[in-house]
Design a protein around this ligand. Structure first.
Ligand code: P6P
Length: 333
């Protein structure tokens, strides 16, 4: 039986490609995969473990009801990054402010991590795919000092690495370091992430659109016209597209990355700046989308060019197949 290429083998074999020192990248992914495996086990046992399903009974900075597994995942990734000594500080959806790790070895960390520990958590109780999204930057503050807010508020185009973990029918890690996109599947037998989707390319066009159409009467006219275009025979494929909306960004994004499609979360009356967060949802997936030949915009501006103003800043989000995002933008302008 052919030996699969493990994540570590892949990193060491492609080390000349990376902007991050290979030994640093191996450690960073050791941290990420350690936490991802913990979260994956917790998710798959959620229905069996007392009081792990359901809401935490608190709300996070977003004013969203925290699901217990959100908190479990947040702690898992923070602990993993702390112990790895590559990361000097983090910002995550579940923490109002950023965290600077004050342990002497963490202060020597050259990188910061931004992440959504468990996106789509409203789907936890109904056994639908959910995901972790992460982004790695080089710190701007001097090594040896505490991480700063400026370290966290960097434009997406400066990301060194971005990726997601999809807790679906299999657990997958998909990431880019600016040299293309590669997907790794967790082998339950060896407990290793193994290369399963080399050099992922997002189809230039697809037949799937993902949007919560419950918002259709609250978004701008150009978007309602684009959705009508998707549902008509006038679109580029000559047949009505199919609507596919999972309610988990990572799952919708991953499907579109493989099959082609567009995901839209616009600004609507209930979310005037959009719902999705720029730092740890939109930027990492935008980096992956562009590296795979796709596009990610606010409907008017390239996501990776935006200069973040606040940790939990929200933006309208159009991401997916290049021709489909461009077409949607043509309706908006
Ligand atoms: P709505 C999950 O909370 C999330 O951030 C994305 O994963 C998902 O696509 C979206 O929000 C769902 O939001 O308003 O359609 O329920």
């Amino acid at each position: 039986m052919s030996k699969h290429i493990t994540l570590n083998d892949f990193i060491l074999h492609h080390q000349q490609d990376f902007a991050i020192k290979p030994s640093d990248l191996v450690q960073l992914f050791s941290d990420i995969t350690q936490a991802a495996k913990t979260v994956s086990i917790d998710i798959r046992r959620a229905g069996l473990v007392d009081n792990i399903l359901g809401a935490q009974g608190e709300t996070n900075i977003q004013g969203e009801e925290q699901q217990k597994l959100d908190v479990v995942a947040d702690v898992a990734f923070i602990q993993a990054f702390k112990s790895g000594n590559q990361i000097c500080g983090i910002a995550s959806e579940e923490n109002e402010d950023f965290l600077s790790f004050d342990h002497p070895t963490s202060l020597q960390g050259k990188y910061i991590a931004l992440f959504d520990p468990l996106d789509g958590s409203s789907n936890i109780d109904v056994n639908v795919s959910i995901g972790t999204i992460f982004s790695i930057y080089e710190r701007k503050s001097p090594v040896g000092t505490p991480a700063t807010l400026e370290d966290m508020l960097q434009p997406g185009k400066d990301q060194l690495c971005a990726g997601y973990v999809l807790y679906g029918s299999s657990t997958m890690l998909v990431f880019t370091t600016g040299q293309g996109v590669n997907g790794f599947t967790l082998d339950p037998v060896s407990d290793e992430f193994c290369l399963s989707h080399p050099n992922m390319q997002m189809p230039v066009i697809g037949r799937l659109y993902a949007m919560n159409e419950g918002n259709i009467n609250e978004c701008e006219v150009g978007l309602t016209k684009y959705i009508k275009y998707c549902q008509s025979r006038e679109n580029q494929t000559g047949k009505p597209y199919s609507g596919r909306y999972i309610g988990s960004l990572v799952a919708d994004f991953h499907r579109n990355l493989i099959k082609g499609g567009i995901y839209i979360y616009p600004d609507v009356l209930t979310a005037p700046e959009g719902k999705l967060r720029l730092l740890y949802e939109c930027n990492p997936l935008a980096f992956i989308a562009e590296q795979a030949g796709g596009l990610a915009t606010t409907g008017r501006e390239r996501i990776l060019d935006l200069i973040p103003q606040k940790l939990h800043q929200r933006v309208p989000y159009y991401v997916g197949s290049k021709d489909m995002v461009e077409k949607a933008m043509s309706f908006l302008s």
